[in-house]
Design a protein around this ligand. Sequence first.
Ligand code: ADP
Length: 623
Amino acid sequence: MSEEKFYYQTEAAELLRMMISSVYSNKDIFLRELISNASDALDKRRIEALTNSELAENTNPEIKIEANPDERTLSVSDNGIGMSRDELIKFLGTIAKSGTKEFLKAAKDSNTQQELIGQFGVGFYSVFMAAEKVEVITRKLGTNETYKFVSDGEGSFTIDEAEPRSECGTTVKLFLKPKTDDDAKDYSEEWTIRGIIAKYSDFISWPIFFKDKIVNSQKAIWQRPDSEITEEEYNEFYKHLTHDWRDPLAHIKINAEGSTNFKGLLFVPSEAPFDLFMNPESGGISLYINRVFIMNDCKELIPAYMRFIRGVVDSEDLSLNISREILQDEPIIRVIRRSTQRKILNEFRKMLNDDREKYIKLWLAFGKILKEGIIQDHEHAKNLLEISLFRTTANDEWTTLAEYEARMKPDQKGIYCLAGRDNLSALKASPKLEPFTSKGYEVLLMTDPVDEVILSEANYILDENAKDLLNIARDDVTPYTDDEKKANDEKAKELEADFEPLRKKALEVFADKLENAKLSFTLTNSPACLRDSQNGMSLQMENILRSAGQVPPVQKRILELNADNPIIKKLITLAKDNENDDRVSDFLRVLYDQAIILEGAAPEDPAGFVKRIDELMTLALGD
Ligand code: ADP
């Protein structure tokens, strides 16, 4: 077969142009990326050989660095898994990295492009910061063909068959750019190379040979005492492990000794990857047994609601030939999982107490996911609820339940909560808050889908003597004292006869939707609002079920009409004079739809709603 030419897709070409013209000061990272890829390739080969008996074990796994200052070349070789022809095209010819589009956009909009490049960590492509041409020679494990990939990073690359490699694996050879000035680093120079490896790649578990000597300590970072390791080393290890380009938010070290021995080094990423919610499979913990890599994304080691945590768990107590299938039933894995879980929660609580700012970052990125644990993990539900942060009507800060309790009024029966839509400012405008905020009570605002479920279960989770979480969407939750309630009841009684025709009309118009219509003395601004009956399902919950493809049972609600509102007052009179006046039912429909809209839902009959509003406007404007 002869040489074939390919063109990069637009995104890749754009990224490459950026790399070539880069004046980013930390070009060193390209070598970190190449060594990281070589290390991954050796891991993959090991695993492949374990599961496929036809493949021989790699007896001398190694990463080799060679440099030639005269020719200005530098190469990184491994005898790992290698790549097939198709894989070469797929892996090095396209960019599958999540967030590339976002990155390119950010880089275009900003003046800090150079800094962004360093943060983004473009993997293989970073070679073009240092090289004017790259040659990749590779032979895939279990095959006999060797292929050569060549690119100058300018829009295209070629692939050709090459001289057979004696062993599977990959060599990446860089033809370095000419030195521009005396200050610039020379990447073919021995001490430059040694320095970079020491700084970024020391922990790589495979030997890195340079000038026939091993130049990395190969010490697993999680095996070393915490006091010996710098923050930078942790960060570099995290980046190697996750291929994230940002520093992690925090790291957690676990050193368990006793009946089960294991070590763990876990990281909280600084931001949620954008596919975290769509793809619960992403992320994960790598399992090592006695420093030997076994598998990544080992789900058995961590509960689903901690799926954003990344890192390594290493135990000597497991057998090396453990398989994914038997993990679940392995008692040691269960012990590890339990203690890892506990440790993480302890660390989170510590962070909440000692470094609130950091914890808020964690919460913003992963709070939604962590909260799933409140309903999934009965053992830790209370703990999780205690470290949960909520929005509140009291201020623009985040608050915990305990902090809310400390601010509660002495006569307050419980923690007032309102769950609603994603949109905090819309929730803040809910008419349901009016009776509470007008009396000076604070209400917790809950905007995540899972909050609704939490609200309905929290009182079973919390201690008996803990303050109840009271859902103010419910008809039976009010901020009134017995005396005030009595006074309201009396006022309602006085108006009862006058209100009756309107009440009957409302129940007739919304026969299948309303359990009752009531006059309310608790709303301050809004003319109407919908409340959930004591045992009924909330509108939010209905929406959650619907979006999950289920058909919720029919719920009847209570329509509250503000007795002090001029519109309601007139409507009462109108219905009293002639309950069959069309305007009565039309206006009731508008009021009902308004209440629905304020709940963050859409009117069932949008066209009808619009038509009625149009008619009202025509009326108001006159002929
Ligand atoms: P990332 O390493 O973040 O996935 P890269 O651009 O560095 O991104 O590499 C892309 C892919 O190319 C890797 O995921 C891997 O599948 C493949 N690859 C790169 N280097 C090697 C190598 N030395 N041996 C085998 N495969 C490699």
